[in-house]
Design a protein around this ligand. Structure first.
Ligand code: ATP
Length: 327
């Protein structure tokens, strides 16, 4: 396998239970040496995975990890037509699924991983999705529409995620224009959509989603914005299989809607779920220029409407970041 040692995932799986396990017992079960177990534990710790290591008792993952089961996920989705592909580790589910799409992989292919090591945000920024700490997945959707017709797709996807998260018990999940999901004003999930297609269609969208499940303090410290995860939001452990199934189920609803009618019919619900709707906020351009005003909504093209002292301004997604302004 890749850059990461062959024993790493096997050892981590062996340490995922509630009980401590001795290096000797794990080595025996896996048919490897004790030194290999020890090395895998050290490698995992160096990669930021929290593992208890107690003399006389052995090892155990600090945070129980729910491993993904592609077959179970696919079965739970019944007749929706998704084909779930899974790898233990990969750089970016979006990057890999785009390549699979170009090579002809079918509509509704889903790619997910235990550990995404090179997750992408907008403008070349990084999305952190550590092993056990996040859920990262991408969906390939082939549209008859042109890529230019998909400008509101990330808004629709955000809405699907909020529906899924609310249904899972996070009543306070909200959207942040254009592509984030917040809880308590902190970032819980992000979306990155990459498109390919002809001016007149058809087009192919790779819809990438990252949801924070349980981030260690170390990972939180690496993120330069306020963050939250599902375990904190729900106050209980989360089964990542269930999370993925619910996300896909609700994304399916909005994607089918979007394919048929575009963003029409979703806009009012989107606005009602926008964390900054009716609030004072600042729009900041990558070059540093900024505009302050009251968020009055979004238009049919998904542009954010900001009522400023000098009149209403319309912002199309791109090199822009929206931030709240406290009264
Ligand atoms: P902005 O907040 O400026 O609008 P963005 O939300 O569009 O930016 P993205 O490009 O979607 O940002 O995501 C990348 C950014 O998200 C990173 O620069 C970092 O600040 C933050 N980030 C990275 N990993 C995580 C994570 N696991 N959870 C929350 N935020 C993260």
């Amino acid at each position: 396998m890749d850059s990461i040692g062959t024993n790493l995932f096997r050892v981590l799986r062996a340490l995922s239970g509630k009980e401590f396990r001795s290096g000797e017992a794990v080595a025996k079960d896996l048919g490897i040496s004790r030194a290999s177990v020890h090395n895998a534990v050290h490698q995992a710790q160096a990669l930021g995975i929290d593992i208890y290591s107690v003399r006389g008792r052995g090892y155990r993952l600090v945070y129980p990890h729910s491993w993904l089961d592609a077959e179970r996920i696919q079965d739970a989705l019944g007749g929706l037509g998704y084909r779930v592909h899974w790898h233990e580790q990969m750089d970016s589910t979006n990057g890999r699924l785009m390549a699979m799409g170009q090579a002809g992989v079918e509509h509704k292919a889903v790619l997910t991983t235990e550990w995404q090591t090179g997750g992408k945000g907008r403008r070349g920024r990084a999305w952190l999705s550590p092993l056990g700490g996040g859920l990262a997945f991408s969906i390939l959707w082939r549209f008859n529409r042109s890529a230019g017709d998909l400008s509101c797709l990330s808004l629709a996807v955000g809405l699907g995620l909020v529906r899924a998260l609310r249904q899972m018990g996070l009543a306070g999940a909200q959207l942040k224009w254009p592509n984030d999901v917040l809880l308590d004003g902190r970032k819980l999930a992000g979306i990155l959509i990459e498109l390919q297609g002809d001016v007149l269609g058809p087009s192919m969208a790779v819809i990438g989603v990252g949801v924070n499940v349980h981030l260690s303090e170390g990972v939180r410290g690496e993120i330069d914005q306020p963050v939250i995860d599902l375990v904190e939001g729900l106050g209980e452990a989360v089964d990542r299989n269930h999370l993925l199934v619910e996300c896909l189920r609700y994304l399916h609803e909005v994607l089918e809607h979007f394919e048929r009618d575009g963003f029409t019919g979703l806009r009012a619900e989107w606005e009602a779920n926008h964390a900054f709707h009716g609030c004072e906020a600042r729009m900041i351009a990558a070059q540093g220029e900024s505009w302050q005003g009251r968020v009055s909504g979004i238009d049919e093209a998904g542009a954010l409407l900001l009522d400023t002292a000098t009149g209403q301004r319309r912002f199309y997604s791109g090199e822009l970041s929206l931030r709240g302004v406290s009264a």
